[in-house]
Every structure is written in structure tokens, then in C-alpha cells.
Design a protein around this ligand. Sequence first.
Ligand code: HEC
Length: 118
Amino acid sequence: MAKLKSWSEVARGGVLALGLVLAAHGAQAAIDVDAAKETARQNNCFKCHGMEKAKDGPAWKAVAAKYKGKPEAFERLTKHLTTGEKAKFPDGHEENHKIVKVANQAELKNLIDWILSL
Ligand code: HEC
């Protein structure tokens, strides 16, 4: 009997573990909008970008639309935000794009996922 009970506990533990894996997977895909905005605010991104309105840089909604359905979007924006590549301004001059300051990869991913979700 004791053995049977422990087997059912093992089985239940397995179901629980699966549930946790699924939950973690779901959490990974979820975007923390407030945290993303805070990252953008701290980095002064809004000086040159609006979510809906173009300033010196394109509106992020327009960026999301441009990359919609493109599998390389995330990698593209990671490069854009971490390498200081040349950015073309509306008046035609070019300067290195701001390199984003984040605490870790997760913060960067959350910011990019958010921009692409707009
Ligand atoms: C000094 C102004 C300025 C600041 C600050 C700035 N950007 Fe930009 N950004 C630009 C300009 C100009 C472009 C257009 C680049 C081009 O098309 O060559 C751009 C383009 C972009 C794009 C589109 C890239 C693409 O591949 O289409 C994204 C996304 C972006 N910026 C995000 C950010 C984020 C996030 C921050 C804050 C960490 C930020 N920007 C800060 C000026 C700025």
C-alpha cells in the first residue's frame, strides 16, 4: 500500500512539474509593458520616438508594422539597439544610434518584444 501511495505521489508530482513548465513557458512569452516603458524612459528613447507619433525616429507602431511577420525582427532590433549602428535622421544627417542600457538580456528582450507588439 505504501508503495502504491508513493507511486501516485510521483504521478501527481509529474503532473505538477509539467504544469510548472507550461506556466514558465507562458510567462516567458508575456510582455511586461510597464517595465518596457520604464526601460525606454530611463534610456531617453522617447526623446526621439513616440509609440504612435514619429519624431526624429520612427513611431514604434510603424516599426512594429514594418517587421510584422518577419522572423528576423528580434535579431535585427537587438543589433540596432546594442551596436550603435548608423541612424538616419529626418534632416538627412547620420549619427550612431543610442546603445540601450539594460540590466540584462531579459530586460532587453522585454523592450524589443514590446516594441514589436505595438
Ligand atoms: C537621438 C535620437 C534617438 C534616440 C535617443 C533613440 N533613437 Fe531609435 N532611432 C532614431 C532614428 C533617427 C532612427 C531611424 C534610423 C534609420 O532609419 O536609419 C531610429 C530607429 C529606431 C528603431 C527602428 C529600427 C529599424 O530597424 O527600423 C527602433 C526600434 C528604435 N530606434 C528604438 C529605440 C530605442 C529602444 C531607444 C532607446 C534605447 C532609441 N531608439 C533611442 C533616433 C533615436
